[in-house]
Write a protein that binds this ligand. Structure first.
Ligand code: OAD
Length: 231
């Protein structure tokens, strides 16, 4: 049975109340990427950066998974082949919706990372400037999220999955951030059928064999039902 790889972005969590980045009232309309999502911004003003992620951590902890997260978890349970979920999201709503083995290529709000020694631990709800690393004691704790200019996580594993993918779906992502935006080309090279599910056509829409436009809570469960009904 074909392996399915699903790439998700902020759009899948929008109906759970979490803001996207590039929509009209999105996070990047309210904050400068250079200030809150780069290593240089963190070096300049760590309190500002911690404040930004602390607010998002609190908001994410209160959010509930929606029908789209749950439908993907059902696909993982009921599809006779492997279903790999790769997410650009730093929330944990896929897991809260029942998904397993989710690959968080942009890290997670639930994690803290020591910029000095690389140790990882569970982030407190509020991270503070100068918080000591539990392993090396350096005052270098940062959110375990990937910033612009940094290498996303688990790339070897993701490319291994894409090399053998049979159905590739991109859900709720604008297709503007690389390397995720280029995964569809890896999937095409592997001979996969490609599907875009998004509120509106993304920047890369012309690369997809099949497209479905609408709110994720409607179009994702419908797509999952069709896939499961086919087998
Ligand atoms: P974007 O904010 O760029 O795109 C969100 C996409 O979701 C858009 O194409 C919207 O049309 C769509 N969308 C909005 N509401 C939706 C809904 N209810 N149902 C379905 N689709 C909906 O977010 P991402 O593509 O995830 O990286 O952004 C990628 C990366 O850019 C993020 O991981 C983050 C950001 O900068 C870092 O911070 C490193």
């Amino acid at each position: 049975m074909e392996k399915i790889v699903v790439l998700t972005g902020a759009g899948i969590s929008a109906e759970s109340g979490l803001g996207t980045f590039r929509d009209e009232d999105g996070l990047w309309a309210q904050h400068r990427i250079e200030d809150v999502a780069t290593p240089e911004g963190f070096a300049r003003d760590p309190a500002l950066v911690h404040g930004f992620y602390n607010a998002r951590r609190v908001q994410a902890a209160q959010a509930q998974p929606n029908a789209a997260h749950r439908a993907l978890a059902q696909l993982q349970r009921d599809w006779p082949g492997e279903v790999i979920i790769v997410t650009q999201n730093v929330d944990s709503l896929h897991e809260a919706g029942g998904a397993t083995g989710v690959i968080h290529m942009h890290g997670t709000l639930a994690g803290a990372l020591c910029a000095a020694c690389g140790h990882r631990w569970t982030a407190p709800p509020e991270m503070t400037v100068g918080e000591p690393c539990p392993a090396c004691n350096a005052p270098s704790a940062r959110p375990d999220v990937v910033w612009f200019g940094e290498m996303p996580y688990h790339m070897d594993q993701i490319y291994d999955h894409l090399a053998e993918v049979g159905i590739f779906a991109a859900i709720g992502t604008s297709g503007q951030v690389y390397p995720a935006a280029a995964f569809v080309h890896e999937a095409i090279a592997a001979g996969a059928q490609t599907v875009e599910l998004n509120l509106e056509p993304s920047a890369g829409v012309s690369s997809y064999d099949e497209t479905h436009f609408g709110p994720a809570t409607e179009i994702v469960p419908q797509w999952v039902d069709r896939l499961l009904g086919r087998h």
